[in-house]
Design a protein around this ligand. Structure first.
Ligand code: BGC
Length: 246
């Protein structure tokens, strides 16, 4: 079965139909720039256009970089604050006429990795971290997701962890790999002390450059780069939307 997966990010909205049995994109992904300011009406319209690009009529899974409960957005760390309290899923269903499942972006990426990537078949406690504009987390216990964990916002050295360890910070502050990896290492050490994971999966765009920093991470648990890389959000969103497919 194919489901349209869509990944709403700070700079781009990307989508492609996904074969949920294999986790592969069945056609080339399409990307449109995220409109600015990224308020609910303009983002919903942009997603609508993406859906039209594929001429899609069927279930849709869509990520959002915030807490999402029953389709409603409950936080807005890196998105327009007017999203808080918005029924994003309902608005997308109205615009597209399709059944939609809205899910946190890191949770979606984690689902993709657990099904077809670096976490395939892994039991125990697995933590997926997405290092990008924000710092996302997804926690799995014996393969089952604990949604909306938001560990990227724990406090470290008086700061929001995301403000030290997100990939955006390395670029914004022009940090060398070693300094930034030190921030990531400290964050992961804290995660390890709290949750004793068996495996960390590192995702987000920067995971393509994992050879620059993963050897500088010193945790007891195994640490591996994500396999689906930039497509994990699209794939995971499609997988999650199985629940709205009849
Ligand atoms: C948000 C999370 C999101 C992460 C990655 C954080 O700022 O609070 O919900 O998963 O960024 O986009």
């Amino acid at each position: 079965m194919n489901i349209l997966g869509i990944d709403i990010g700070g700079s781009g909205i990307k989508g492609a139909p996904v074969d949920i049995e294999t986790g592969r994109l069945v056609s080339q992904r399409h990307r449109i720039p995220t409109p600015k300011p990224a308020t609910p009406p303009v983002v919903v319209e942009a997603v609508g256009r993406l859906v039209e690009h594929f001429g899609w009529k069927g279930p849709i899974g869509c990520t959002f970089p915030a807490i999402v409960k029953a389709g409603v957005v409950h936080s807005a760390a890196n998105v327009d604050k007017s999203w808080i309290g918005t029924d994003g899923q309902g608005l997308l269903e109205e615009r597209t006429g399709c059944p939609v499942l809205l899910i946190n972006d890191a949770d979606a990426a984690g689902l993709a990795e657990m099904s077809f990537g670096a976490g395939e078949g892994r039991k125990g406690v697995v933590i997926m971290l997405t290092l990008g504009t924000g710092l996302g987390s997804a926690v799995f216990i014996d393969g089952r997701l604990v949604p909306n964990t938001e560990f990227g916002h724990i406090e470290i050295r008086g700061k929001n962890a995301e403000e030290r360890a997100a990939s955006r910070i390395r670029k914004e502050k022009d940090l060398d790999w070693k300094t930034w990896a030190g921030h990531v290492d400290e964050f992961m050490g804290r995660m390890e002390a709290l949750l004793s994971p068996d495996l960390f999966i590192i995702g987000g765009g920067v995971s393509k450059k994992h050879h620059q920093f993963l050897h500088l991470i010193d945790t007891r648990a195994e640490v591996v780069p994500a396999k689906a890389l930039n497509e994990a959000g699209i794939i995971g969103a499609a997988l999650a939307a199985r629940s709205v497919a009849s």
